[in-house]
Design a binder for this molecule. Sequence first.
Ligand code: SAH
Length: 352
Amino acid sequence: MDEVKKRDIRQLSLEDLEQFFLSQGEKKFRAKQVYEWLWHKSLKNFDDMSNISLATRELLKEHFEINHIRVDLMQHSTDGTIKNAVKLYDDKIVESVLIPTSKRITACVSSQVGCSLDCNFCATARLKRMRNLNPDEIYDQVVAIKNEAETYFNRPLTNIVFMGMGEPLLNYANVLAAIEKITSPEGLGMAPRRITLSTVGVAKMIKKLADDEVRFNLAVSLHSAINETRSRLMPINDSNPIEDLAEALKYWYQKTKRKVTYEYVIWDGVNDDELHARALAKFCKVIPSKVNIIQYNPIDEGEFRQAKQEAVDMYVRVLEGQGIIAKVRKSRGQDIDAACGQLANKNEVAKI
Ligand code: SAH
């Protein structure tokens, strides 16, 4: 007999689950109990739901399954960073990273398998986009890192950044649903201000975030405030030029009153001159903002090289001279390909 494909139970909202129980002649409050096991306690099978009767557990098993992620490979960097290669129910793989510092433990999570954008300095772009992650697949990555923080560092997870594989604003509904679970008491109960969503800068979707009155932080991967250069680095800039981005960010600030962080890599001979630094400083005046200058993580022998230290110093001088906060970030986890832009399932690709 062909087995009917069971639904992933965590695709159901609490209300859906309540409806299910009512339709089966069961009490509505069961839904809340099951929901708590599924999310807050992250249970992987129905049999462990100790306050649910055997008959009800059988009923659940008949209709649903729990599509849990599996950490397939864990790699430890010499600087403490951990990279998880995470296997999904359909055997696709994404990566997430635990980044420890003296004050924080940050989980960097993926939102898509691969990525549809063609930023030509980023290794994930070469995978192309295979599919969006479901809310539970994003949530599970956070839980895996939270557990690793407790096991390996004896410290709690403090921050979450959507800076892994994929473009979170092109998987909008699922990313927001995951954040809802991460922040709600039925899930992990984390404060929204500890979460940062990073985007390539899809103007329309930044406005949507503002309309939805989200309470987490926004980061934009800028890399150049000059259209010509930015389009060369990130083809999405052709349809989302700097002017549209500025307008969307004004709208964001007007509605949320939250400042934005710009991520910025300085490359040798690409954007390492004063013209680009001044354009960035000007763009930083559009709304209150700060700049994270991130080190380039080479992804091959390719055309891009990290700019010289003098160029980085020049940027900091120009920005600070205009009262803009600029932090130079050191790369983490480079030895295990866990740094920004290096997530590309290399171990998996090597196996093939
Ligand atoms: N798509 C989203 C989320 C990915 S975040 C976004 O673009 O913001 C990954 C960050 O690493 C982005 O800021 C990206 O521009 C940056 N990045 C990509 N490749 C990189 C590389 N080789 N070295 C350093 N940073 C890189």
